[in-house]
Design a protein around this ligand. Structure first.
Ligand SMILES: Cc1cc2nc3c(=O)[nH]c(=O)nc-3n(C[C@H](O)[C@H](O)[C@H](O)COP(=O)(O)OP(=O)(O)OC[C@H]3O[C@@H](n4cnc5c(N)ncnc54)[C@H](O)[C@@H]3O)c2cc1C
Length: 321
């Protein structure tokens, strides 16, 4: 009974979060003495066979064009068909936007226990216990999954991508695709050079920047670092920045390798969305700002002086004009 991993696609390309899920799923398969297989839906532009290097042996591809847009009900139905056809009893998702929409529906269809927000491999020494984040990343819980079919949604950036050797066999899957109950009329891409949820580096601004007219210094730093832009909630509420950049408890939760917070106080609701970042750098003129307690590196100073110098120093380091 193989482990089944859902491969998430954006514009025909495999998302980074899926590479983490593939690596993780292959390791789970190894741990429980089985093989890793994957499922992908819709049109794919990447070479799927090359995903074998993440440890997956077979990829079931339902290439139906009507699966090019996410419809969680339709997707969960097709993944159920694949899971039942191959007899998968562990199914892995990334706990990203798509995974959060599909995994709970799949869990209902398959009567499967679901652990969302997993941060480590399951402990299979006595049952099947998965460690997950709780309370907005403030604590961990070990959850024992007792159902025959188990679903794990892995937190983005919680598991390192490992590449090895191997070529995956791609197997076309003929799915019974339901007529969608909702129809995507058009898709408007959020602005920004790098998508926030996929970004390795995020540069974020808060109310300390005083107004939208001052965002150039944040954008320049983000540009030179090839980073995504983010902001605190009051900044989005005041329409200084679009709401899709708002991070935190009520915004997007991110886990980049580097998070640079400029003029953000570090309220608990903000930290809830960014505290899984690997390295946090805080720039704030108030040495008592709470964010410094969560920071790996801190610069006490006026953002309007510090940030342009920071950008210039990085440009020099990278040898760009
Ligand atoms: C239910 C609920 C949910 C919430 N959800 C979220 C959420 O998801 N995300 C979120 O961000 N907030 C959220 N909030 C709001 C949160 O509590 C804070 O009010 C908010 O994060 C503060 O934003 P800020 O740090 O940008 O602004 P402020 O708290 O005003 O902080 C501005 C900071 O900038 C510094 N500063 C000022 N001038 C400069 C300068 N020239 N150079 C450098 N630093 C300077 C100041 O010292 C200060 O630390 C939520 C609140 C509630 C009640």
């Amino acid at each position: 009974m193989p482990v089944l991993i859902f491969i998430d696609i954006s514009d025909g390309h495999v998302k980074k979060a899926s590479l983490e899920a593939l690596t993780y799923g292959a390791k789970v398969a190894e741990q429980i003495g089985t093989t890793a297989e994957a499922v992908v839906l819709g049109t794919v532009r990447d070479d799927l066979t090359s995903l074998g290097k993440y440890g997956v042996k077979k990829i079931h591809h339902a290439a139906n064009e009507s699966l090019n847009h996410l419809d969680a009900q339709v997707f969960s139905n097709v993944i159920t068909q694949v899971a039942e056809a191959i007899g998968a009893n562990v199914i892995i998702f990334s706990n990203n936007v798509d995974g959060k929409a599909i995994a709970p529906r799949l869990s209902v269809r398959l009567k499967a226990g679901l652990v969302s927000g997993a941060v480590a491999l399951p402990d299979t020494s006595n049952g099947f216990v998965v460690k997950k984040n709780v309370f907005s990343g403030k604590a961990f819980a070990n959850v024992s999954v007792n159902t025959d079919v188990k679903i794990i949604a892995l937190n983005p950036n919680a598991y390192k991508i490992i590449t090895g050797e191997g070529v995956a066999e791609v197997i076309p899957f003929t799915a019974n695709v339901d007529a969608a109950k909702v129809k995507v009329i058009n898709t408007i891409r959020a602005s920004g050079e790098v998508p926030l949820t996929e970004a390795e580096i995020v540069v974020s601004g808060g109310r300390g920047l005083k107004g939208p007219e001052n965002w150039k210094i944040v954008e320049d730093l983000a540009h030179v670092l090839h980073a995504a832009l983010a902001c605190s909630r009051p900044v989005a509420d005041a329409h200084w920045r679009p709401h899709n950049e708002h991070v935190g408890q009520t915004g997007i939760a991110i886990a980049p390798n580097l998070y640079i917070a400029i003029g953000i106080s570090g309220a608990i609701q903000h930290l809830a969305g960014v505290n899984r970042s690997k390295v946090i750098v805080v720039i704030n003129k108030d040495p008592e700002a709470p964010f410094f307690k969560a920071a790996d590196y801190g610069i006490v100073g006026d953002a309007f002086e510090v940030v342009p110098k920071f950008t210039e120093a990085i440009k020099k380091l990278k040898g760009v004009a």
